[in-house]
Design a protein around this ligand. Structure first.
Ligand code: BGC
Length: 736
């Protein structure tokens, strides 16, 4: 024994000294700057670097500047800034790179405002990516916009919008991923992972319960702890786990009485304590209201306070708070540690930023394939679609500037694509405008797809002329639009500019009328039953016209499924009124306890209401047959298996949606999903691991997720309403 122990000791000593040699050799390369050693963990590197910082340098890192290209009267762009939403200057002495922050989740944004002439590739709206029900689509889109951001010299993308769709009128629904915590959390988490694969820090935002724009800077969102953990916060939790974003952006609103950016429960207790989040919290622009309270509640960096906050709280006021002992030095050090740690983790120190040309064709292909995966076919009477390009003689294309381009949502996320705005000058041209049409015209793409057809266009303002054109065509394709934008909500679900009358007239003139929707959220469709087909594209993004033509002509089989329920009218919503949305002073608070965690389809189920289209709904050009659902427990995880067969004539993709009703629960919750691509006649067994937090309830008293135990009813659905046979599984009571 002794001898053996001696040998072990010798080997151990040898290993240590060999290791020490390697470390010493490397140390010579990073002499004086041990944090440059890329073999060390981001935490260790951050600690070593932080130890070198003076107090002023620490203060330097905890605030950013607005870096807009100045108009007369604006503050000058800080030297060294590319020109974007946020900038933290470099600390050259220690080799700390500047932070160059750009919006947002649908591409590198604001280029016209900040960098005239500079363009980027716009992704389709967030609900498109969510409607793909395909995490790989989300990752690819994230990696594309991350690479573009990197090649322009940015290292933070203000992306990762994951606020749940409590309010279908919310002006920012087009930046988010729908109403369900599992779908939104996994899709947005994957998009963040894609962005961060490109040496870019991504944010996740807007933390939290910033679910409407009306009164966003003042409103107090009321929501009890259990409901919050099981809905809005669960989406964040899942996305953070999956994507590991370097930063969390706290939102403008109040939650249960405290501003999001000084909310101890959200930042300290949930994010940092319960979720062990190691990154930093940055404020939304204008979201800080104090120094000591915000810092002690967990805010780590103040964004552009010199432009958007009452004062730069994280400078003189914070220094005073430190001096008075209201904030501890340890907490300031923690803020710095978190910022540096995220910079190391994303690789910001290890490869200098290199400006590169963008591969426009490849990037547009990513956008196009995103819409092809996420557009939702809502209606297809008599299987009018797909159109047959060879037999089609004539098409009337009508409305929504389809001769020029495709609409985008407005506000800080708007991207200027190559070719600029295809329909400039539409009001509002200033914030929250401009109204942007990306120059990817559906008309041109339809002409290319059906070269032997006579394809004519009517702009649609003259309803009679449009109907007349439609009456002479074999099919009519009517494009309708509803612009949505950050900072305001839609007062109702109606289409603007008399478009309902336009669709009704065209549909009356031609029974083969196809409607293509460009919108941020659900809209009322009083003409629905008069039309033959409806395709939902939200905001289609780069190469949108081409993708739409591919879908209409069957080059691509639609496989998107709605990431939100589509109400028939406002009376079906938890809050039929949205006071303040049409002007006037918004109320001081909004009561989200009405529906609590039962957002969207769960609300409809709980109330026994039939929406117009259910969450998860979407048609295909082929048919799928689902076999019996099997649910088993394997290695402590519940797993579902279902056989799916393509019984139709087209290749296509279907989504298995697994819903669970927990014992005593009144509604079903999505707890797992998988998308599968099948050739005609092909069948496959799809195995789906189920998310245990969707089988559990959050118990605020025990402060954890609790599986109640008992008989769980699982069901495989084609949507939240179109369900197979339920399968029961006994699960033991358990704490997660
Ligand atoms: C928005 C954020 C955005 C920031 C910077 C704010 O108004 O809410 O989403 O990232 O501006 O442009």
């Amino acid at each position: 024994m002794k001898g053996q122990a001696g040998m072990t000791m010798l080997r151990y000593a040898l290993a240590i000294s060999l290791g020490a040699c390697a470390v010493m050799a490397h140390a010579q390369a990073t002499t004086g700057q041990p944090w440059k050693d890329a073999r060390l963990s981001p935490d260790v590197r951050a600690t070593r670097l932080a130890a070198q910082l003076t107090q002023d340098e620490k203060f330097h890192l905890i605030r950013s500047y607005y870096a807009a290209r100045p108009k007369p009267g604006d503050k000058p762009v800080p030297p060294g800034a590319i020109g974007s939403a946020g900038y933290v200057p470099a600390i050259a002495r220690l080799g700390i790179p500047a932070l160059q922050e750009s919006d947002a989740g649908l591409g590198v944004a604001n280029s016209d405002k900040f960098r005239p002439g500079d363009t980027a590739t716009p992704l389709p709206a967030g609900p498109v990516t969510a409607a793909s029900w395909d995490p790989q689509v989300a990752y690819r889109g994230g990696a594309m916009i991350g690479a573009e951001a990197h090649s322009k010299g940015f290292n933070i993308l203000l992306a990762g919008g994951v606020n749940l769709m409590r309010e279908p009128r919310n002006g920012r629904n087009f930046e988010y991923a729908g109403e369900d915590p599992l779908l939104a959390g996994t899709i947005v988490g994957e998009a963040i992972k894609g962005i961060q694969s490109q040496r870019i820090i991504s944010t996740i935002k807007h933390y939290a319960v910033n679910d409407q724009e009306t009164g966003r800077n003042t409103i107090n969102a009321q929501l009890n702890e259990q409901a919050m953990r099981e809905s809005d916060l669960l989406a964040f939790e899942l996305a953070i786990e999956r994507g590991k974003p370097g930063s969390v952006m706290c939102s403008y609103n109040k939650i249960n009485g405290d501003w999001a950016c000084e909310n101890d429960y959200l930042m300290n207790q949930v994010l940092k304590r319960d979720w062990h989040y190691p990154g930093f919290v940055m404020s939304d622009w204008g979201g800080v209201h104090s120094a000591a309270k915000a810092v002690n509640a967990g805010l780590d960096q103040e964004s552009a306070g010199e432009t958007f906050d009452q004062e730069v709280y994280f400078d003189a006021s914070l220094r005073q708070a430190l001096a008075k002992g209201e904030v501890k030095q340890q907490r300031l050090d923690d803020m710095v540690q978190r910022i540096l740690r995220s910079m190391f983790a994303a690789g910001l120190f290890d490869q200098p930023q290199q400006k590169k040309a963008i591969d426009e064709k490849a990037d547009l292909a990513v956008s196009r394939s995103t819409l092809e995966a996420g557009a939702v076919l809502l209606r297809n009477e008599g299987e009018l679609l797909p159109l047959n390009a060879t037999s089609l003689k004539s098409v009337a294309v009508i409305g929504a500037h389809a001769d020029k381009g495709v609409l985008a949502g407005g506000g800080s996320s708007v991207v200027t694509g190559k070719g600029g705005n295809a329909v400039p000058g539409l009001a509002p041209t200033d914030w929250p405008g401009p109204v942007m049409y990306h120059p990817f015209a559906p008309l041109k793409a339809i002409r290319t797809a059906a070269p032997s057809a006579d394809v004519q266009f009517a702009e649609g303002k003259d309803v009679a002329a449009a109907a007349e054109l439609a009456s002479h065509a074999q099919v009519a394709v009517v494009f309708v639009q509803k612009w949505a934008t950050e900072s305001v909500d839609a007062p109702d679900l109606s289409l603007p500019d008399g478009q309902d009358a336009l669709v009704a007239a065209v549909a009356k003139a031609n029974p083969h009328t196809i409607v293509v929707l460009e919108n941020g959220g659900p809209v009322a469709m009083p003409w629905l039953n008069q039309t033959a087909a409806v395709l939902e594209t939200w905001y289609p993004g780069g190469d949108g016209g081409e993708a739409i033509a591919h879908l209409l002509f069957g080059k691509v089989n639609p496989s998107g499924r709605l990431p939100f329920s589509w109400p028939r009218d406002l009376s079906q919503l938890p809050r039929a009124d949205l006071p303040g949305a049409t002007g006037g002073t918004p109320p001081a608070s909004v009561d989200y306890n009405i529906e609590g965690a039962n957002i969207g389809y769960r609300w409809y189920q709980a109330r026994g209401i039939q929406p117009l289209f259910a969450f998860g709904y979407g048609l295909s050009y082929t048919r799928f047959q689902h076999g019996d659902l099997k649910v088993v427990t394997r290695d402590g995880r519940v797993q579902a298996t279902v056989q799916i067969k393509n019984t139709g004539k087209h290749a296509g993709a279907d989504v298995a949606q697994i819903y669970v009703q927990v014992p005593g629960g009144k509604v079903r919750r999505l707890c797992g999903y998988a998308k599968v691509f099948l050739q005609p006649g092909e069948q496959r067994n799809v195995s789906i691991p189920l998310e245990s937090r969707l089988l559990a309830d959050f118990d605020p008293a025990q402060h954890r997720w609790v599986v109640r135990g008992g008989s769980y009813a699982f069901v495989d659905g084609r949507s939240a309403e179109e369900l197979g046979q339920p399968v029961a599984l006994e699960l033991p009571a358990q704490k997660l």
